[in-house]
Design a protein around this ligand. Sequence first.
Ligand SMILES: [Zn+2]
Ligand SMILES: [Zn+2]
Length: 389
Amino acid sequence: MRAACWNGKRTIEVQDVPDPKILNSRDAIVRITSTAICGSDLHLYNGFIPTMEKGDIIGHEFMGEVVEVGHSVDNLKVGDRVVVPFPIACGNCWSCRQELYSLCENSNPNAWMAAKLMGHSPAGIFGYSHMMGGYAGGQAQYARVPFADVGPLKVPEGLSDEQVLFLSDIFPTGYMGAEMCDIRPGDVIAVWGCGPVGQFAIASAYLLGAERVIAIDRFPYRLQMAREKAGAETINYEQADVYDTLMEMTGGRGPDACIDAVGMEAHTPGVVGAYDRAKQALMLETDRPIALREAIMACRNGGTVSVIGVYGGFIDKFPMGSVMNRSLTIKSGQAHVQRYMRPLLERIENGEIDPSFVITHRMRLEDAPRGYEMFVNKEDNCEKVVLKP
Ligand SMILES: [Zn+2]
Ligand SMILES: [Zn+2]
């Protein structure tokens, strides 16, 4: 089959690889009909995620048709159309039984690698380094889906691939980011980052009852999407001081909750940004936590900071004094996607949201290298690329 492979920093190549096979009785093989490039794939692309190996098949947002099932998979049959969640979860372990699917204790065969960096290991993830399990990803014609009796969601007829594909990651991720804010009527939520996850965090904050959502980015087309499609008020951080503007917009109190949908490769003008870029380049810190620092400082006393942007390792100059003295709550996590797929599918079926609004580019799988290049350089107002194998 053909698959998009990581062949080094900023080198994605579509090449011939062996077809996946059923290895365990709970596996299924899915023929992929739609797959997407995620903002977190750009961290792989830019070489910030350790334990990638040449030839690794990438991609963790995919859907398609079941073409083969192992003998223990009794809820799916050949021909079913499914969306596959990005965390791989067994459904039986302690974490899975708490619905903490992205922390499954049985799906990462390389858990020791992740535990070395993080203390304990999270779940395995499709196409996201050997530290995260070394699973082949879904930017390919076919994928092996482990624990297929737990993860994949059958898609009802009448919904297009583009309407449901993002149940694999970015819609549940944005939704969980908003849910962690414990939104109450009248709340003002600020969202750092208007990439696809940020857009879904904004839309989800409204679904959960926020009164106002204020979105922060530097790309005019992303801010425009946040205003026109997701309904946010916006701040361009290259044109205005984010902290001062947020205080003005919230009567000096600060937002009730702040969502970091940026993560480890944040940008900022000025001295602090240069400091982080230099330290990251010298490997003195692995991540640039600019959005996170700003979110903490801006959040109102007693508020919540919800972190859904991806971090890989260690950060510097973390304003713990602000967190502790002002009674802030920090919540975070890779999305427990399996928990959200059904309720969010219902919202799509009810017409409350059409997730396809974030798609700006549709390409063939063969054009994946170009898709990565456009996405990373924000060429042609690229917000979200969907690939068709
Ligand atoms: Zn993703
Ligand atoms: Zn589990």
